[in-house]
Write a protein that binds this ligand. Structure first.
Ligand code: SAM
Ligand code: MG
Length: 353
């Protein structure tokens, strides 16, 4: 079994950084602000809002989206407190935000760009969210934004050419049922471990807010715009191997530890885990719902997301060349994108049982 390189976003705040290129992810946070506020108002016990309130973001990257996510939560908690007690939250509540990601994440950029005027104390929590990273009962609301689609490793057999599970593509396209099952099984195991860990770390009655992308039931990854661009990336890397720019062996051993689950699969995993009640599972439709089908924008935003991961395996030069080809492919095959089936963006609200 192979462990993939840690899934690190491009750090710093240069033109290709995650910091500058994550507006797609941010659009979902902005679109869900009202729904997050309502969910917190309806599902968080007033008793939990006392002198010390802890918010944790798992898979925070280097910002700025994490600041939007945690501020939305703090605003909602303050609003509920003000409305239901008539008191000023600033007089009575101190907030702390725990920022979690892999230790190699660019925490320097994160801490250097913390919003001025924020009303919370900050701390970094390094480590994989597939393990316990915090003491028992140590936070009140957790959030995961575009971080609930990872597996801890590439499923067994996926990179073995002699296995019926061998996957020629870099992602789970959804077309090979055996490959799809292997990814789903791994995702299910990992996600249950993740939920177990968060359930221990959350205070009783605490909430987890999950925001991200999934598939509508019955839709295959490669049928969506995101899956189509991921296929362009895989095809571009294969082209570079054919041109001798990189080795075929490297292409064959490059697979993503990402599984975009179907809506029903996510629901089933959470229910089987049994540590949380699903208070809401919302289908969020917003202006930036799908990527704009502009070849240049697509190449840049997917580079921000996947670039560091590809660099770690192929080196930065191959990564750059691959995304030049992705832009060409997106231009040549724009109809594939226009004919794709919509993906889905969600807000899931979980309450610890
Ligand atoms: C697509 S980014 C999302 C960042 C940010 N939450 C947002 O909404 O823009 C996914 C983040 O999850 C982190 N991540 C992936 N697997 C992780 C793990 N096992 N433990 C902790 N962080 C992880 C990555 O390092 C990355 O920063
Ligand atoms: Mg990984």
């Amino acid at each position: 079994m192979t462990t993939t390189p840690d899934w690190i976003m491009i750090g710093g705040d240069g033109p290709e950084s995650y910091n500058q290129q994550s507006s797609y992810q941010r659009a979902l946070l902005e679109a869900t602000k009202d729904k997050m506020t309502k969910a917190i108002s309806a599902n968080l016990d007033l008793d939990l809002i006392s002198n010390r309130f802890i918010v944790a973001d798992f898979g925070c990257a280097s910002g700025p989206n994490t600041f939007v996510a945690v501020q939305n939560i703090i605003d909602a908690v303050e609003e509920k407190y003000r409305r239901e007690t008539g008191q000023n939250p600033a007089d009575n509540i101190e907030f702390q935000v725990l920022f979690n990601d892999f230790s190699l994440n660019d925490f320097n950029t994160l801490f250097q760009t913390l919003p001025p005027g924020r009303r919370y104390f900050s701390a970094g929590v390094p480590g994989s969210f597939f393990e316990r990273v915090l003491p028992k009962e140590s936070f009140h609301i957790g959030v995961m934004s575009y971080a609930f689609h990872f597996t801890s490793k590439i499923p067994k057999g996926i990179m073995d050419r002699d296995s019926p599970l061998w996957n020629k593509d870099m992602q789970c396209t959804g077309f090979n049922p055996a490959v799809k099952k292997a990814y789903l099984d791994q995702y299910s195991i990992d996600t249950k471990i993740l939920l177990d860990a968060r359930a221990e770390e959350l205070v009783p009655g605490g909430l987890m807010l999950l925001l991200g992308s999934c598939l509508r039931d019955g839709v295959k990854m490669s049928e969506t715009p995101k899956g189509t661009v991921m296929d362009f990336i895989g095809e571009s890397l294969s082209d570079l191997a054919k041109q001798g720019v990189t080795e075929q062996e490297k292409v064959d051993t490059f697979r993503t530890s990402i599984y975009f689950a179907e809506q029903g699969e996510i629901r089933q995993i959470i229910e089987e885990n049994g540590k949380f009640t699903i208070e809401a599972f919302e289908d969020i439709i917003h202006a930036k719902n799908e990527f704009p089908f502009d070849p240049k924008t697509l190449a840049i935003s997917f580079k921000a997301f996947y670039g560091a991961f590809i660099s770690a395996h192929f080196g930065v030069e191959v990564m750059r060349k691959a995304f030049e080809l992705v832009e060409v492919k997106a231009r040549e095959q724009i109809s594939r994108l226009h004919n794709s089936k919509p993906g889905m963006q969600y807000l899931i609200v979980l309450r610890k049982n």
